[in-house]
Design a protein around this ligand. Structure first.
Ligand code: GLY
Length: 334
């Protein structure tokens, strides 16, 4: 029986629930973190490596260059995400992001380093580089999350300039949407959505980041999975990392990125872990045909995984000096 089919059956018969419970039962599960670490030490040629959601060659190239210069995975993540945030032609991240129903562009972002530290901004407006503010929250404040006006005020205090994020192109899309005001999550929004990125540097240390303008035409005040630790992003430097794109509500309900890292801790490959996390969503929500979620994962050995509910998700990988995009396998083949 194919592995995916087995997992599906297991989940439907309740075995999946038992597996889910065991994910968190650290004492009863085999913890392979020490094996992964020692194997990784034996294969340094795989580093550095960057993996990101969607077809974002500029972002992974930038992050890869930073790593090739010998800088940290954290620096690479910030610089890579910044490349997308500054690009007004994509309408799901940073400048030019699609607004909420009231016409306000609001950004969510988070970053997590090799030491398990994490910083995040939610519902921040008027600042292009949300990922950099998230890093400042992690490094310069006693907190991990800043929201809305407070996050914006903090950004300005750190020297960031206020910018109107609503471009003419995004304003036009919003005005067109207002004609019917029908809200429905858009699957594979222009084949590009939240940018999640994971990297391993030359020292073998892992960091990750995630940046987005969230769902187009969301309710004012809505916050998605991307800035929430364990949902949109999770890193454990002994094991690996995972990050998400797509309908944040579904990722939040299954704490997807944490789940993937815990599955890898128990011995699953990044690919198996991503598939299991998608299975959790589709087996618990019969409406899955109407929304997309995609995951990417990276383990300490530099192995990658990626999987989504629907087709047309892809991942960009920078490795061995090559910067390539790969189509993801997906669940819904009907
Ligand atoms: N995954 C991005 C969001 O739902 O906001």
């Amino acid at each position: 029986m194919k592995r995916r089919k087995f997992l599906q059956n297991a989940s439907l018969t309740g075995i999946g629930v038992a597996v889910g419970a065991s994910v968190l039962a650290k004492n009863t599960a085999k913890d392979i973190s020490s094996e992964i670490v020692s194997e990784a030490t034996n294969s340094p040629t795989t580093f550095p490596i960057v993996i990101a959601t969607w077809d974002v060659p500029n972002a992974t190239n930038k992050a890869g260059q930073v790593l090739d210069e010998g800088k940290s995975a954290l620096d690479a993540i910030e610089q890579g995400c910044m490349a997308e945030e500054a690009d007004a032609s994509n309408q799901s991240v940073g400048l030019g992001g699609l607004p909420d129903r009231d016409g306000n562009v609001t950004l969510d972002a988070c970053i997590m380093n090799k030491d398990g530290n994490y910083g995040s901004v939610v519902y921040i407006q008027n600042i292009v580089h949300a990922i950099s503010i998230a890093r400042k929250v992690m490094e310069e404040t006693p907190h991990v999350i800043l929201a809305g006006k407070g996050a914006e005020k903090f950004a300005v205090s750190q020297g960031f300039k206020r910018v109107n994020l609503l471009t003419e192109a995004s304003k036009k899309r919003w005005e067109k949407w207002k004609v019917t005001s029908e809200y429905k999550p858009i699957i594979n929004i222009e084949n590009h959505d939240t940018i999640g990125m994971l990297a391993i540097d030359k020292n073998g240390d892992i960091s990750g980041g995630c940046t987005t303008s969230g769902l187009a035409f969301k309710m004012a005040g809505r916050v998605g999975d991307s800035p929430i630790i364990g949902s949109g992003l999770f890193i454990d430097n002994k094991i690996g990392g995972a990050t998400a794109t797509g309908l944040g509500e579904e990722v939040l309900k299954t704490v997807g990125s944490f789940l993937i890292v815990e599955l890898m801790r128990q011995g699953r490959t990044p690919q198996e872990a991503c598939e299991e996390a998608i299975l959790r969503i589709v087996t618990s929500n019969p409406n899955f045909k109407n929304f997309q979620v995609g995951y990417i994962a990276l383990n300490k050995k530099g192995e990658t995984g990626y999987y989504s509910i629907h087709e047309r998700f892809s991942t960009s990988i920078y490795k061995d000096g090559k910067n390539e995009n790969f189509k993801s396998d997906f669940y819904n083949k009907t």
